[in-house]
Design a protein around this ligand. Structure first.
Ligand code: HEM
Length: 497
């Protein structure tokens, strides 16, 4: 079959079946996209006006700054409704001017230099996490659904960073106010509607529905942020998370209680901006910032930590190599236990390679990141020209398995690829990592994510030996744009020495 034939075939296929809609409803679209690209090549038409692209060297063209490719209506579907009006968070606005206005005041709060200030907040939640794992699983020998706890950890961290309070997931060992379920439902619904945005305009964003039936705040996650905001404004911050007994004094010393006004959490930063620039940081934008943190910074982190541990547990050699590195560093007084510092963690090559490999094989957002071809000559790839208005996107899950970029073992877990002596090769691979997006719309929370991942993995591995409860069992991946993996059941014990 020639490229023209395959293109025609996939065109026919997409028209007939509305391919992307069907893949996404099936919840395993990452496999469907991979299979289609293997069969039909670099360009696969997945909807009447939509093309999935998997080809090296195209990231700068589609996502590069100043190239004019804007986000498609896939993103509009995720915009929330507050009091009958659309309120887009930064992730989901398709309007570049609005995006710039939203980003400018808050960008510094997410910068690398601010990171250090977040460490005590992060350590506080990690101390609670370890203490809960000790109590609930190590002391009892019960099997731990580590995936579930990792998601709760991620929620509590973002609560601690945003509101200076853990949201109580770990303390209560439950989904507080059903917020995980709400975030999950929102991903489930919007990932499907995003394939046919007109369906969203016809239903949830229909003016009649909005006028007569919609709740004042459409999304429970926004309502959740609103309640936390009101608590802060009414000085009702304390005592939200139940106090738990923490036996280990080294962990107890790290746990922060209640709100100290000088603590640099996101909410206090946003409130200061709200006071200083009320016309820019309006009431609704303030809520959008809170929603953005909870929505963008919880499930994505949970999915990535789960992947790190899944691959380590499935690859015992890799686990041993990492534990040896950590123990060696600890013996040389270069790694603090129970909670290592960010600076220490950055100096551990195998740890960083493991995290990079998990981010490559398991990008937390696994659908094409859709952009619209701008006015002008169109997008020319090989002998195809896609006219302005065509929706194009690269799916990180597929690109990260491309052998032309990552080599013959592209589909395998191989952290050592990141430790190659060939710096050019590493640079080329790095240029093709899309886990955090690319260009102007790159993930704003990337530094926080790396801080969280890089500190948590050694903290857990220095404390516990872990094994899969059933080594033969595979996890289940549910793809609702964010990938949610189920079935990471582990048995854990305290590591000796
Ligand atoms: C491992 C964790 C994370 C992953 C894999 C991830 C991934 C991504 C990706 C792929 C995008 C771009 C989406 C697109 O262009 O379609 C994005 C955007 C964004 N992310 Fe993250 N993210 C993570 C953690 C976080 C955290 C912790 C926060 C905040 C606390 C955050 C906040 C944002 C924001 C605000 C944007 C929009 C940026 C913009 O449009 O300017 N993310 N993220």
């Amino acid at each position: 079959m020639t490229l023209n034939d395959t293109w025609a075939f996939s065109e026919y296929f997409s028209q007939l079946l509305l391919a992307s809609f069907i893949f996404v409803i099936g919840r395993s679209s990452q496999d469907a996209y991979l299979a289609l690209h293997k069969e039909y090549g670099d360009l696969v038409r997945i909807g009447p006006n939509c093309v999935s692209i998997c080809k090296p060297d195209l990231i700068p063209t589609i996502y590069g700054i100043g190239k004019g490719y804007v986000k498609s209506d896939f993103y509009s579907v995720w915009q929330n409704i507050v009091n009958g009006k659309r309120v887009a968070s930064m992730v989901f606005t398709t309007d570049e001017a609005e995006h710039a206005a939203m980003k400018k005041p808050i960008a510094a709060a997410y910068s690398l230099s601010t990171l250090k200030e977040f460490e005590p907040l992060l350590d506080s939640t990690t101390a609670v996490f370890l203490s809960r794992l000790d109590e609930l699983f190590v002391d009892t020998g019960k099997v731990c659904d580590l995936g579930k706890y990792m998601q709760w950890y991620a929620f509590d961290v973002i609560g601690e960073l945003t509101f200076s309070k853990r949201l109580g997931f770990l303390e209560k060992a439950q989904d507080v106010e059903g917020i995980c379920a709400s975030v999950g439902k929102n991903f489930d619904r919007c990932s499907v509607l995003g394939q046919m945005p007109w369906l969203d305009r016809l239903t949830y964003k229909n003016p009649i529905y909005l006028r007569y039936f919609a709740k004042p705040v459409s999304n429970p996650v926004v309502a959740f942020g609103q309640r936390r905001l009101e608590e802060r404004l009414n000085d009702m911050d304390e005592n939200v998370q139940p106090e738990i007994e923490i036996e280990d004094p080294a962990l107890r010393a790290k746990v922060l209680h209640g709100t100290i006004p000088s603590k640099p959490d996101f909410l206090s930063r946003f409130l200061t901006l709200h006071e200083e620039q009320p016309d820019t940081v309006t009431d609704s934008r303030l809520l959008a910032y809170l929603f953005m943190n909870i929505n963008a910074g919880s499930d994505t982190i949970g999915a990535t930590i789960r992947a790190v541990f899944y691959y380590l547990l499935k690859n015992p050699d890799s686990m041993t190599e990492l534990v040896n590195e950590l123990q060696g560093a600890h013996k040389a007084s270069k790694l603090t236990v129970p909670l290592p510092t960010w600076t220490e963690c950055q100096n551990l090559p195998y740890l960083n390679a493991v995290i990079k490999e998990a981010l490559r094989l398991n990008p937390a957002l696994a659908l094409p990141m859709e952009r619209i071809v701008p006015p002008g000559p169109g997008l020319k790839i090989d002998y195809h020209t896609f006219p302005p208005g065509t929706i194009v996107g690269i799916n990180p899950w597929v690109l990260h398995r491309d052998k032309r970029i990552f080599g013959e073992d592209a589909e395998e877990w191989q952290p050592k690829r990141w430790l190659s002596k060939d710096q050019e090769k590493i640079k080329y691979m790095d240029q093709h990592i899309l886990t955090f997006g690319a260009g102007k719309r790159t993930c704003l929370g990337r530094n926080i994510a790396m801080l969280e991942l890089t500190k948590l993995v050694p903290a857990l591995l220095m404390r516990y030996e872990m094994r899969l409860a059933d080594p033969e069992k595979e996890w289940r991946i549910i793809n609702s744009w964010v990938v949610r993996q189920e079935g990471l059941d582990v048995v854990m014990s305290r590591r000796s020495g």
